[in-house]
Design a protein around this ligand. Structure first.
Ligand code: XIL
Length: 487
C-alpha cells in the first residue's frame, strides 16, 4: 500500500521496533474506503457506503443495446417507469397483467440490480373503472385486492414499494381530492400500508411524493405529520421517497434539513425520481452530497438514463446525453458518491483558517512569508503571521482553492508524483489548485488534490520547524490530518 521508497524511510524511522511497524501496517490496512481507489461507476460508488444508485427503466427500451449497456454498467437498482402502475397491471377488475413489468424485473434479477416497486395506490395512471367506484366497501376491497395481487406476484423480489404516491395536495398540508380520499376518507393511506405489510413483509414500504423537498413547504409539513403519526401509532412505514424533480437550481437549500428531520422519525429516506433541468455538475453534486450526509438516505434513483429517455426530455435533465455519453452532471454525481460522508462540512467560505498538523501541532505556512510565486509550503510553530492563514475559494463539485492571506496566491501541487512540492501560485483555478476536504473526525480534515488525488502531508512525519509539506497517498495518518482553526 505504501510505495516502496516511502516504506524504506518508514522502516528506517521505526527500525528499532518491528512491533510498531506491524501495528502501523495493520492500522493502515483497516482504514476504510478513504484510502482505497475511487469507484468508476455510479452503482459501485454508491455501494461503497451500502447505498444504491438506480434508474427508471422502460421495458420497451431494454432491447436498445446502448440503453441496456449503460443501465447494466452504471446502475444497481431499477424502477419500472410505468409498467407497475395500476393501468398496466390491472386494466380491468381482477385481470392482472405483468408482461412488461416482468421484463424489467427479470432483467434486474439477472444483472444483480435491486427493484423499487412503483406504485400501488395513486390517483394518476389509474383506470376509469376504479375512478368510477362510489361505494366505500367496494373501493376498499378493490384497493386491497390490487395491493395483494401485485405484491404477491413480486413477493420477495422488491426492495421497497411506493405503497402510496402523491396523496398530498399542492401547496397544502391536506390530502388532494382523489377517488381514494373522496370515497374512503383520509384513512385510505393507513389501510394501504397495513395491507402491504401483510402482503410482502420483506419489502420496505414507502410513501412517495413531489415538491416535498423544501422543509418550509406546506406539503412537506403535511407529509411529516403523516409519517410522525404513523410511527407513533405503529402503522407500518419504512421509508419516504422524495421524487426530486428539480429546476436548474437543483435542490432547495433546506433539503438537507428535510432529509435529516424525516430520518429522525425512524424511516429511511430515498431520492426516487431525480432529474434536474440542465443537469449541471454542481447541482447533481450538491444533491448527491445531501443524500450522502444523511446515514439513512439509502439510495438515489434518476428518472431515466439518457435525456432522450426522459419524461422531461426538453429539459435535458439526466446524466447521459442522447448519444449515451456521460454529461458533466455524471462526474458531479460520481465525485459525491466517492467522497467520504461529511467531507467538506467544516469549511466556510470567507473565513481565515490556520491549518494545524495533528502530529506536530505546527501550522502550515508559506516559507519566509514570501509573496513570490513558487514559494513552498512548510510547517512552523504558530506565530500569528498572515502567511499561516488561509481561506477557501469554491471551485465547484466540492473542491476548493486554498489561498494564502499574506500573498493572495493559492496552493498548487507540482504534478502527480508522491512527494511533489506544494507551492503558492497565481490563481488559475486549474485542477492542480483544487482540493477536497476529507473529514477525518475529531475536528480534523485531510486536503486531497483534484489533479493528483494525493493528500497534503508533512514530510516523514517530521515535527521540526521548516519541514516541508508535500503530497502523499491518503492514509489519514496524523501528518495528513489538519485542524482547521479559525484565525
Ligand atoms: C411519469 C413517467 O415518466 C411518464 O412516462 C408517464 O407518462 C407519466 O408518469 N411522478 C411519478 C412518476 O411518481 O410515476 C411519473 O412518471 C412522474 C411523476
Amino acid at each position: 500500500m505504501i510505495p516502496h521508497s516511502r516504506s524504506a524511510r518508514w522502516r528506517r524511522t521505526f527500525r528499532h521496533s518491528a512491533v510498531l511497524s506491524l501495528v502501523a501496517a495493520a492500522a493502515m490496512a483497516v482504514v476504510p474506503h478513504a484510502a482505497s481507489a475511487a469507484a468508476s461507476t455510479l452503482g459501485a460508488a454508491a455501494a461503497q457506503s451500502n447505498r444504491y444508485f438506480g434508474a427508471a427503466v422502460a421495458a420497451g427500451r431494454l432491447g436498445d443495446a446502448q440503453y441496456s449497456g449503460i443501465l447494466d454498467r452504471e446502475f444497481n437498482s431499477v424502477t419500472a417507469e410505468n409498467e407497475m402502475k395500476w393501468d398496466s397491471t390491472e386494466r380491468s377488475r381482477n385481470n392482472f397483467t405483468f408482461g412488461s413489468a416482468d421484463q424489467i424485473v427479470n432483467h434486474a434479477r439477472s444483472h444483480n440490480q435491486r427493484v423499487r416497486g412503483h406504485t400501488l395506490v395513486w390517483h394518476s395512471q389509474l383506470p376509469d373503472w376504479v375512478k368510477a367506484i362510489r361505494d366505500a366497501n367496494t373501493l376498499r376491497t378493490v384497493m386491497n385486492n390490487h395491493i395483494n395481487g401485485v405484491m404477491a406476484h413480486y413477493k420477495g423480489q422488491i426492495y421497497a414499494w411506493d405503497v402510496v404516491n402523491e396523496a398530498f395536495a399542492d401547496g397544502s398540508t391536506q390530502l388532494r381530492s382523489s377517488v381514494f380520499r373522496d370515497v374512503l376518507g383520509t384513512g385510505f393511506i393507513e389501510e394501504a400500508f397495513r395491507t402491504a405489510r401483510a402482503a410482502d413483509p420483506a419489502a420496505k414500504l414507502c410513501y412517495n411524493d413531489y415538491n416535498v423537498e423544501d422543509w418550509n413547504a406546506a406539503k412537506t409539513q403535511g407529509m411529516y405529520s403523516l409519517v410522525r403519526d404513523f410511527k407513533a401509532r405503529g402503522v407500518p412505514i419504512d421509508c419516504v421517497g422524495f421524487q426530486s424533480h428539480f429546476g436548474s437550481g437543483g435542490a432547495p437549500g433546506s433539503f438537507a434539513t428535510t432529509l435529516a428531520n424525516f430520518a429522525a422519525l425512524g424511516v429511511d429516506v430515498q431520492l426516487t425520481e431525480l432529474d434536474i433541468t440542465g443537469a449541471s455538475s454542481a447541482a447533481y453534486n450538491n444533491v448527491t452530497r445531501i443524500c450522502m450526509n444523511v446515514p439513512r438516505c439509502t439510495g438515489i434513483t434518476v428518472w431515466g438514463i439518457r435525456d432522450s429517455d426522459s419524461w422531461r426530455s426538453a429539459d435535458n435533465p439526466l446524466l447521459f446525453d442522447r448519444s449515451g455519453n456521460k454529461k458533466p452532471g455524471y462526474d458531479g454525481t460520481l465525485n459525491a458518491l466517492n467522497a467520504v460522508p461529511g467531507g467538506g462540512g467544516p469549511v466556510e467560505i470567507g473565513v481565515n483558517y490556520r491549518l494545524v498538523a495533528a502530529h506536530s501541532n505546527k501550522s502550515a505556512q508559506i516559507s519566509n512569508a514570501s509573496t513570490a510565486p513558487g514559494a513552498t509550503l512548510v510547517q512552523w510553530s504558530a506565530n500569528g503571521g498572515l502567511n499561516q492563514q488561509f481561506d477557501f475559494l469554491s471551485s465547484g463539485d466540492g473542491y476548493y482553492r486554498v489561498r494564502a492571506r499574506h500573498s493572495g496566491l493559492v496552493l498548487q501541487v507540482a504534478g502527480t508524483a508522491t512527494g511533489a512540492n506544494i507551492t503558492q501560485q497565481a490563481d488559475t483555478n486549474s485542477t492542480a489548485q483544487q482540493w477536497r476536504v476529507v473529514d477525518q473526525g475529531g475536528g480534523a480534515v485531510s486536503l486531497v488534490n483534484r489533479l493528483s488525488n494525493l493528500a497534503m502531508d508533512v514530510w516523514e512525519v517530521s515535527t521540526a520547524d521548516g519541514a516541508r509539506i508535500s503530497q502523499w497517498t491518503l492514509t489519514g495518518n496524523a501528518n495528513q490530518r489538519f485542524q482547521l482553526q479559525r484565525a
